[in-house]
Structure formats: C-alpha cells, structure tokens
Design a protein around this ligand. Structure first.
Ligand code: OGA
Ligand code: MN
Length: 216
C-alpha cells in the first residue's frame, strides 16, 4: 500500500467566491501551488503506472488519413479516469473537484451536475492547436480545469498553455506541477504550445447534463 498524503488545502468560501468572480469577470483564472509537491508527485506516479500498464490512447483519433489530420491538431495521449478509482489520490482529486464544482454552482448557478476527467501525456514535439473545449452545440462541457504535473518544468521546455482573450493580449501559463487553470469551456480559446519534454496533466470538465434528447 502506497503511503498516501491527503490534499491538505481546504478550499474555503472566500476562495470559491474569488474563483467565481474571476470566471464571471474574465472567464478564466490560474492558481500556482494549488496542490503541493507531494500531492502532485502522487498523481504523477499514477500517471506513470497507467502508462506502464499501457492504458493511454491517442486522444480523439480516427484511422489512416484522419490520424495524420489529428496529428496536426493535437498530439496527446489520454486515459479517462474512472468515477470510482481504486487509487486514493485520484479519489481525493475527484473530491476536490467536486467541492469546487458545488461551490461554483452555489455562486454562479451554473447547474453543473457532473465531472469527467482524463490524464494526458504530450510526448516531446506535440501540441494542441488553438481551440474551444465546447466543440458542438450539444456539448455539455461548461468549465474546464487543468492541473499540471511536470515536477521540473523550466522556461524553454515548451508546453505552455496560451489563453486567448477578446480585448487583451493572450496569457501564457507555465505548466509547472501544482498549477491549476480553470476557464469557461465555451468562451475561452486556448492552445498548448509545442512541448520539448514529456508533459503531464490531468484535465477535467464540469458538466451540465443535457436536458431532454436535444430535439429543441
Ligand atoms: C484540452 C486542453 C490544455 C492543457 O485537453 O482540451 O486544452 O494545458 N488542455 O493541457
Ligand atoms: Mn482544450
């Protein structure tokens, strides 16, 4: 049994309020050291084990010509996290995201009912072109959340997240372990710059359940 260290930082109401204000005003926010080194290392260990067990797949690929096309859009490998993972540290991360989700619901009345999350590995040389996370009218992704896991990221290693804004310069987020970024899935265009080292993260979406069957 792995020694498990809990996420110690208790998210309080004042913080939730700040996050909600940032989302409402700017559509995004970034927090460095949202989780401490021990916690992000434990998550990274799970990512390594998952890779060792060959459970990563190319993200959103087709076959043949589609594969080429997809390579030009995004180059990451992903593994969807079970809603009831056997690893305590993953369960803990789900719990933290759930607290954040209910807090944001309370402040912003977003009707967020669920979460989906995957681990991601960007091999050296890969990127994800500028995009929105809500890619069709039926998408129920409302809020995107990314936690970075690279323990020794330095300038020059690449893989920065660029957040595009309507009336201001883009913002660049360094993918340091422990940094959390959160943004509105349907409003904020973003891009992962080409990385020159393997880049590790956990990406999640807070979901609004589609109402009915989508006929309206
Ligand atoms: C995504 C994405 C951003 C990042 O998975 O849709 O844009 O910084 N990820 O990993
Ligand atoms: Mn995205």
């Amino acid at each position: 049994m792995r020694n498990f260290v809990y996420f110690m930082h208790k998210i309080n109401q004042a913080e939730i309020q700040q996050y909600a204000d940032a989302l409402a005003d700017e559509g995004w926010f970034v927090i460095q050291d949202f989780v401490d080194e021990q916690f992000s290392k434990q998550l990274l260990e799970i990512v390594s084990e998952t890779r060792f067990n060959q459970n990563f797949r190319r993200a959103g690929i087709g076959a043949g010509a589609d594969y080429q096309l997809n390579n030009k859009v995004r180059g990451d490998f992903i593994h969807w996290i079970s809603p009831h993972p056997s690893e305590p540290v993953l369960q803990e991360w789900i719990n933290v995201m759930t607290i954040l989700r209910s807090g944001l619901n309370r402040e912003l009345f977003l009707g967020l009912q669920d979460i989906e999350m995957h681990m991601a590995i960007y091999p050296s040389g890969t990127f994800y072109q500028r995009h929105l996370d809500q890619f069709n009218e039926r998408s129920n992704r409302i809020i995107s959340v990314v936690l970075y896991l690279n323990q020794h990221w330095e300038p020059g290693m690449g893989g920065e997240l660029v957040i595009y804004r309507d009336a201001a310069e883009p913002v660049t987020v360094d993918p340091h372990a422990g940094t959390l970024v959160c943004f509105l899935s349907d409003k904020i265009e973003h891009e992962v710059m080409q990385t020159h080292v393997e880049r590790f993260s956990i990406t999640g979406w807070m979901l609004r359940k589609p109402v009915g069957l989508g006929f309206l």
